[in-house]
Design a protein around this ligand. Sequence first.
Ligand SMILES: Nc1ncnc2c1ncn2[C@@H]1O[C@H](COP(=O)(O)OP(=O)(O)OP(=O)(O)O)[C@@H](O)[C@H]1O
Length: 327
Amino acid sequence: MKLELDRLSMALPGTARPVLEDVSLAISAGEIVGLVGESGSGKSTTARAALGLMPDGAAVSGAVRVDGTSVLDLDDAGLRRLRSERVAMVYQNPRASLNPVRTVGAYATEQLRTALGLDASAAKARVLDLFASVGLREPERLLRAHPHQLSGGMLQRVVIASALAGDPEFLLADEATSALDVSTQASIVALLLSLRRERGLGMLFITHDLGLASALCDRVCVMYAGRIVESQPGDRLLVGPRHPYTAGLRDSTPELLSGRAIKPIAGAPPSLGESVAGCAFAPRCPYVEQECRDEAQPLRPVADDLVACRRHDAIELAADHASEGAS
Ligand SMILES: Nc1ncnc2c1ncn2[C@@H]1O[C@H](COP(=O)(O)OP(=O)(O)OP(=O)(O)O)[C@@H](O)[C@H]1O
């Protein structure tokens, strides 16, 4: 089983640069792939494209495939089946997903009745099973509760349980833990890991939290201005970043610095209204050379990783010196 984006590009009307450019990534069963980057880099747009959800007027090229089926060629019925039975999505704020005046049970059973066509009693039985499978206790009582009676963590479990209704192969988690406090975040991360283990779910885990991505994900893709600029195993990303943007993100995150001084990345990413010549990160890059400003930098293999930077040797050398200095 594989979910693949293959050189996916997307342009929106009235913009100067593509919102996505040549985005390729693949997720296999049981694999967690992270997608990190600053706000506006295109993470949510990438996830939505995997569900065949494109903004109005978008010009799209490339391919999205789920087990070889081309998502961009599906009709409405095919897209509905894809979203209920193969690829599910969970968003940041669970309260926004639930109607405050309806019970949690009405929300969860409705998902099953519309997605799978179950009758009311079969839907209720399945919801009780799903609630138990995501660690929700007293599921009967929960069915009668309204969203305001539940904590953010419990609500996110309800949303995850409902997303699992059609037994999907893939889960797209878009900042699914970002609105939660740290200990609740940890319990939802543990839940996602158990779902991967028990169901073989493949996941796209979108976050702006580099530390969390590196701890949770088998592989992390770093996005900048609509492009993937680096792809590395999660456990190596923080010790050996190859792209200056990844190194910059790490060095501007206090909890990842273990006593070293924080170094924010100067400047801001280009907006969609700015056209980009050469590498989009060049204006902010401490390693920039003229060629970087002149030539776009494609994603190239470096050892087992991918990096879109012609100066990656210099960054790796700097990282080696920093770790020698620290030891
Ligand atoms: N339907 C749309 N119409 C116009 N612009 C859009 C649309 N969807 C996304 N964008 C723009 O595309 C860019 C990428 O947005 P996207 O939400 O994918 O970024 P992101 O990395 O997920 O950011 P965040 O972390 O803030 O969610 C942004 O500049 C956004 O304003």
